[in-house]
Design a protein around this ligand. Structure first.
Ligand code: DC
Length: 222
């Protein structure tokens, strides 16, 4: 049997990884796996079990037993207790706590094991921070997305508010992103063999096309 093909897309918050990864997966007939969604699902599960926070690794891992990945369209998405929980895992409460949970080594092992088991069976596009370095170091294509802080803040607000942010909103969002970058900096490192793509002046369609070209040149099917 042919070995499944893996594409990794890493980069900082709001660099466009998740939507780019989904579109690449759709175009190639692959499955998209958002590793950040697994950290978010573990955090949401811990919050359900103990809303006040203050969990240790054991508490997070015990709570995360209700998380199961389910194939849906071109993605694997986490279910919590058998139900979709997209709004919950993307909400402010989870966003405020997830960086702490993502620092826990055994939670990282848990996420990595889930991602690897999907990549063992399916052609995947996985987005995250350390996928090309730690999780799937033998991936066929590795990409690291960058964009300048102002552009990332602008995109994030457009996504969240459905309109362009005001100057003040963009500046506030840049501050939030800088804090997130600092919290996640340790694990957000490009693999030595990753293609670095600065998307500040690129459209989404262009990013997707370039990654598909890389994948085809590397022998990905479709
Ligand atoms: O990309 P995101 O905002 O959904 O990620 C949520 C959190 O998980 C964020 O704190 C970074 C962390 N994360 C990580 O440490 N490693 C990954 N591979 C993916 C996400």
């Amino acid at each position: 049997m042919r070995q499944p093909f893996a594409i990794t897309i890493d980069g900082p918050a709001a660099s466009g990884k998740t939507s780019t990864a989904f579109q690449v997966a759709e175009a190639l007939g692959f499955h998209h796996v958002d590793s950040g969604a697994l950290y978010r699902a573990a955090t949401a599960a811990a919050l359900r079990a103990q809303p006040g926070g203050g969990w240790d690794e054991n508490a997070v891992l015990a709570a995360a037993e209700i998380v199961v990945m389910q194939a849906r369209k071109a993605s694997f998405t986490p279910l919590l207790g058998g139900k979709e929980a997209e709004d919950e895992i993307r909400g402010d409460t989870v966003t405020a706590q997830v960086s702490v949970v993502a620092k826990m080594p055994r939670v990282r092992d848990w996420v990595n094991a889930q991602v690897r088991s999907l990549a063992d069976l399916h052609d995947v596009v996985v987005d995250g921070r350390d996928i090309g370095t730690i999780v799937l170091p033998n991936a066929g294509v590795k990409v690291f997305l960058l964009a300048d802080g102002h552009e990332r803040a602008r995109r994030r607000l457009l996504q969240r508010l459905g309109r362009q942010g005001t100057t003040a909103e963009v500046e506030e969002e840049m501050g939030r992103l800088a804090k997130r970058d600092a919290l996640d900096a340790v694990q957000t490192v490009p693999a030595p063999d990753a293609t670095i793509m600065d998307t500040t002046d690129m459209s989404q369609a262009e990013q997707v096309r370039q990654i598909i070209d890389l994948a085809r040149s590397a022998g990905a099917a479709s």
